[in-house]
Design a protein around this ligand. Structure first.
Ligand code: PGA
Length: 254
C-alpha cells in the first residue's frame, strides 16, 4: 500500500504575528499546485487561529507544536488537546526540545499522544537519539524505549500514523543525517512498529525525517524507501525554501 508522504514545517518559537501572517499567505499561493503529498505548518500557538483562517480551503493542514493532556483546569500556560481539536489537524508530540529543554518524559509524551488520538487529531510522534547515544551504539534502544513508552495503553494505531525520526544531533545544527542513516534508522523504527503492532500497521505508518532538512537535501532523503516525508524547522520559515522542499517531495512521490 502506497504511503502519502507528509512534509510539515515546525516554526518553533519564531515569527511575530505580521511575519507569520505574511508567510502563511505566501505559502497559500506557492504550495497551491502541489499534489501527491500532505503538507502542514505548525506555527506558535497564538497564530494557530490565523493559520486556520488563511489556509482554510487549501490542502495545507495546520498543526500545534505541543499539547497538554488534561481537557481544562488550573494548568497555567498550557493548551489542551480539547482546545485544539476542531482547529488543528496535527499535533507534534514529544519533540526533542520538549524532551531535552523542558524535561518531558517518555511517559508524558505517551499521555499527550493518547489524548491527541482520542480527540481525532493526527499526532506527529517525534523520537530521536542524542549524539552520544548514537556513538555508543544505543540508537535502536533509545528509539525503542521512546516508542514503546509512547504506545503504552494504545491497542492500535490509525492508518497513516506519523512518526518523526529526528536525531537530536541533526536538529538545528546543519549536520543532516545522510540519506543512508535516515533510511536505516527509519527502517529500524518500522521494525519496532511491526513488533509492537503488526506488519500491516507498520507498513501504513508514515515516518518523517527531521533535522536540518532543506531544499538541497530533501529529494535524497524522501527518496529513501522508508522515509515518508520531512519535519522541517529552520527551512520552513521562508516560503521559498519550504516550497522547494514540498516540490522536491512531491516530485519523488509522483
Ligand atoms: P531543523 O529542525 O530543521 O531546524 O533542524 C527540525 C525540528 O526540530 O523539527
Amino acid at each position: 500500500m502506497a504511503r502519502t508522504p507528509i512534509v510539515a514545517g515546525n516554526w518553533k518559537m519564531h515569527l511575530g504575528r505580521t511575519p507569520a501572517h505574511e508567510l502563511l499567505t505566501a505559502l497559500r499561493d506557492s504550495l497551491a499546485g502541489i499534489e501527491g503529498i500532505d503538507m502542514a505548518v505548525c506555527p506558535p500557538a497564538p497564530w494557530i487561529a490565523d493559520a486556520a483562517d488563511v489556509l482554510r480551503g487549501t490542502r495545507i493542514g495546520v498543526g500545534a507544536q505541543n499539547v497538554y493532556w488534561e481537557p481544562h483546569g488550573a494548568f497555567t500556560g498550557e493548551v489542551s488537546a480539547a482546545m485544539l481539536a476542531g482547529t488543528v489537524d496535527y499535533v507534534i508530540v514529544g519533540h526533542s526540545e520538549r524532551r531535552h529543554v523542558f524535561g518531558e518524559t517518555d511517559e508524558q509524551s505517551g499521555r499527550k499522544l493518547r489524548t491527541v488520538l482520542d480527540l481525532g487529531m493526527q499526532p506527529m510522534l517525534a523520537v530521536g537519539e542524542l549524539r552520544e547515544e548514537r556513538e555508543d551504539g544505543r540508537t535502536n534502544d533509545v528509539l525503542r524505549r521512546q516508542l514503546l513508552a509512547a504506545f503504552a495503553d494504545i491497542e492500535r494505531l490509525p492508518e497513516g500514523f506519523i512518526v518523526a525520526y529526528e536525531p537530536v544531533w541533526a536538529i538545528g545544527t546543519g549536520l543532516t543525517a545522510t540519506p543512508e542513516i535516515a533510511q536505516l534508522t527509519c527502517a529500524d523504527i518500522r521494525g519496532i512498529l511491526a513488533e509492537r503492532f503488526d506488519a500491516a500497521t507498520a507498513e501504513s505508518c508514515r515516518i518523517q525525517y527531521g533535522g536540518s532538512a532543506n531544499a538541497e537535501n530533501a529529494a535524497s532523503l524522501v527518496g529513501q524507501p522508508d522515509v515518508d516525508g520531512l519535519l522541517v524547522g529552520g527551512a520552513a520559515l521562508q516560503a521559498e525554501s519550504f516550497t522547494k522542499i514540498c516540490q522536491a517531495a512531491a516530485a519523488v512521490a509522483s
